[in-house]
Design a protein around this ligand. Structure first.
Ligand code: HEM
Length: 468
């Protein structure tokens, strides 16, 4: 029996430091700045093709490395994770919205908050979260039926619909609050804020936030909307008589083991906003790309429908059905492979280290892109093809990291998988989708991977009623 390619690579150790790490020279990098600003993901893909699995960027006195080998990625995120912090532009920018929440904090502060929140995300607790997912999905299906009326089909911006749905679910399940009515305003505020930090990170000439440019003013208004929402949510809970046992309760009731002190107001605000943003943007992106792929692969959409009819028939989907929807799960796994919402993961080294046998200095930035790793031709056959059945067999685990890896793996991983599986099965039971236009949909790397057609963000699909 031959050894699969990924095993050969994972076991491989380069010991020869004489071979320098390849990459674009300083001038080349400077010359390519407009190209990098236009599409950093396309530039990383180019570098991987041109220079290999470890690429050195010499940007002034700040060494940076793009890492695209599963063994080195595993080393960074798992085996030697303590040597890699989130002190990077990516997380500093994000912190200007979420503060020091779980996604952006490090060290003891991160560990104590992770321990505090982890139990709420335990797979056993998912049953308790199922009500919110069921209710929001059923309401959306009813709304779509009403919108269809007697028409045979309607055009939907499925991206906006999934953002609205995922935000409502995050509110209901994590904080026991129905954000249904505010959803369009809040998702818009999140998109404006996220767009702003991407612009700031990729434009050296961007004016500082305190200068009242139209862009900066939009950012501050978006932040104010988000802050007001979180303040209202916390105030309503403190004043209310009904005290649900949810994540907000865990944060409000937390006490320091030694000092018995509560979490500060700022710490609670940061965690609530982190969960609200991380808990809906990514899931919505995963769902949107899933519908995009299904609408362009009718035979796969048909196979999915057949599985739903066989396992569930016409009755409502129940959470106990989910383990039996294996094809549906593979469709989502494959959508997360081709379009991982979190397309970029960055870290900074504390001490010097070795990656695949090459020396990396202290203070260096390492860049990992699940998007590029998930399409690595050595580990994925016919990597650009949408083929959910590839997940029926063993796949290269360390070349697949839609939720990251190691101690800082996504805390909402199980929640997101259950949520997306339930939503895809429930919607596909009633409706089918076709592309509303045949122009290329590009994956635009903002904070998450967003669909864009021409200059317009969003994804328009034709929706038809296709009952089971
Ligand atoms: C398909 C959906 C999702 C994807 C693809 C995703 C992806 C990721 C990835 C890749 C990371 C690791 C980032 C890094 O290592 O730098 C992460 C972390 C995180 N995610 Fe998710 N996520 C999803 C859904 C969710 C949901 C539903 C929640 C909350 C309800 C959530 C909350 C978080 C938080 C708080 C962290 C930081 C964890 C820590 O550092 O301890 N995510 N996510």
């Amino acid at each position: 029996m031959t050894t699969p390619a990924h095993e050969i690579r994972l076991g491989q150790r380069h010991t020869d430091d004489a071979e320098p790490i390849r990459g674009p020279g300083q001038w080349q990098l400077l010359f390519n700045i407009p190209r990098i600003q236009r599409n950093p993901l396309a530039y990383l893909a180019f570098c991987a093709r041109r220079y290999g699995d470890l690429v050195a960027f010499k940007a002034g006195d700040q060494p940076a490395y793009f890492v695209n080998s599963p063994s080195a990625v595993k080393h960074i995120l798992q085996d030697n994770h303590r040597n890699y912090t989130k002190d990077t532009i990516q997380y500093r920018q994000l912190a200007s919205i979420t503060g020091r929440g779980l996604l952006t904090s490090d060290g003891d502060e991160w560990l104590s908050h992770r321990r505090l929140m982890q139990p709420a995300f335990h797979p056993r607790r998912m049953e308790a979260m199922s009500d919110g997912i069921t209710r929001a999905t059923a309401d959306l299906i009813d709304e779509w039926r009403t919108r269809l009326g007697n028409a045979t089909q309607v055009v939907l911006d499925i991206d906006a619909e999934m953002l609205r749905l995922a935000l409502r679910i995050a509110g209901l399940t994590l904080f026991s609050i129905d954000l249904g009515r505010e959803a369009p305003r809040l998702t818009q505020a999140v998109l404006v804020a996220l767009d702003h930090i991407v612009h700031r990170a990729s434009n050296f000439l961007a004016l500082p936030d305190h200068i009242p440019t139209p862009r900066n003013r939009r950012f501050h208004r978006a932040l104010a909307t988000l802050d007001e929402t979180v303040d209202e949510l916390i105030a309503a809970r403190r004043a209310g008589t009904h005290q649900p046992n949810d994540l907000l309760a865990a944060l409000l009731n937390a006490r320091d083991a030694e000092t018995s002190q509560e979490l500060s107001k700022q710490a609670i605000r940061d965690e609530v906003l982190t969960l609200l943003i991380a808990g809906h943007e990514t899931s919505a992106s995963a769902l949107t790309w899933t519908w995009h792929l299904l609408s362009r692969h009718p035979h796969i959409q048909k196979a999915l429908k057949q599985e739903i009819i066989r396992v569930i028939g016409a009755r409502p989907v129940h959470f106990t059905d989910l383990p039996h929807l294996t094809f549906c799960r593979h469709v989502i796994d494959e959508a997360l492979r081709l379009y991982p919402p979190a397309w970029l993961i960055t870290r900074r080294t504390v001490d010097s280290d070795r990656l695949d046998g090459h020396a990396i200095p202290a203070g260096a930035i390492v860049i990992i892109s699940p998007y590029i790793l998930h399409r690595h031709p050595t580990f994925w056959h016919d990597a650009d093809r949408f083929a959910p059945q590839r997940f029926e067999e063993e796949w290269p685990r360390h070349a697949y990291i839609p939720f990251g890896n190691g101690p800082r793996v996504c805390i909402g991983q199980h929640f997101a998988l259950i949520e997306t599986l339930f939503i895809v099965a429930s919607i596909a039971q009633h409706f089918c989708f076709e592309p509303a236009e045949h122009r290329t949909v590009s994956a635009t790397p903002l904070v998450t991977l967003r669909p864009r057609v021409g200059r317009r963000f969003g994804l328009r699909v034709q929706m038809k009623l296709c009952p089971a």
